[in-house]
Design a protein around this ligand. Structure first.
Ligand SMILES: [Mg+2]
Length: 198
């Protein structure tokens, strides 16, 4: 029932924000990975708070820890922003992931016990915790109809990752499912935006 309600909410909101989503889609380069963007790039855009999705952005789907190539990147972010201005907002706040961040990047907060994206609750919680203007928050997410949509609703900046981490050999069915979903949601947004203006 909860999944059905979330799906209906996603459909309603994706129509309302289809132009914004389409713009995100059209203006994001192909093959964009998190480590392609330096903390300074974010700061130059006026970003003060960084919010990272986990699956696809920090690791392949279902993994418990970030990929090794991001260790230094995360430390550089902590130096640039301060750990208290970095958050993890995933629809899967697994205990092992939370413990990992507590041990390796103390101060980075993992948001839990909020309604899943695309509900904007997690982002609104971060806005109230940091007391920063919404546009100075940046959500980095690999999904249009969950993370990016939540960012549009909460009026938070978004970076759409178009080259998410995947490991097809480890979880072929799940990875293929999410690859198809990412492809379909791009088409869905393009069609909605076209319907919206015509
Ligand atoms: Mg993701």
């Amino acid at each position: 029932m909860e999944l059905f309600k979330r799906l209906l909410f996603s459909l309603r909101m994706s129509y309302r924000y289809c132009q914004d989503l389409n713009k995100i889609c059209r203006t994001t380069p192909n093959n964009l990975k998190l480590c392609d963007i330096s903390p300074k790039d974010f700061q130059q855009q006026g970003i003060e708070v960084l919010i990272l999705d986990f699956d696809g952005v920090l690791a392949s789907h279902g993994d418990l820890f970030p990929v090794e190539e991001l260790y230094e990147w995360l430390h550089n972010c902590v130096k640039a922003f301060g750990a208290e201005q970095i958050f993890i907002l995933s629809n899967k706040p697994l205990a092992k992931r939370i413990t990992y961040f507590e041990q390796h990047y103390p101060g980075i907060r993992y948001i839990k016990e909020v309604k899943k994206k695309p509900y904007p609750d997690g982002l609104q919680k971060i806005i109230s915790l940091t007391k920063k203007p919404p546009k100075s928050l940046m959500l980095v997410d690999d999904r249009l109809l969950t993370g990016s949509l939540a960012a549009c609703i909460a009026n938070v900046s978004v970076t759409y990752i178009t080259k998410p981490y995947t490991c097809i050999s480890k979880r072929p069915i799940i990875e293929m499912f999410f690859m198809s979903l990412r492809f379909l949601e791009r088409w869905f947004v393009t069609i909605l935006a076209w319907l919206y203006i015509s």
